[in-house]
Design a protein around this ligand. Sequence first.
Ligand code: FES
Length: 105
Amino acid sequence: PKLVFIEANGAEHVVEAQADLSAMEVAVRFNINGIDGDCGGQAACATCHVFVDRPWMERVGKPSEHEVQMLELAEGAADNSRLACQVIVTPELDGLVLHMPAAQF
Ligand code: FES
């Protein structure tokens, strides 16, 4: 599936992602700025905070309670915020657009 990562400055990265990886792992593999993944995907650092493009919110689904607590620590978190390490790539998410917050650059 294709994933689209959009930097805070508007720079767009379209990548062919491997299913079953998290969106954070995909970003790290492709060296995309704005997603660090410092905790290795444990939902414990919030350096992989992304904003889900609004039309995709339903398909991506809601964060767990633990993830919501972590997101509260992320700067500028909003109702479409997710931790990219908790978003698992599936064929249904082909074309998913994720925006990286300015605070992560
Ligand atoms: Fe640390 Fe996602 S990689 S919270």
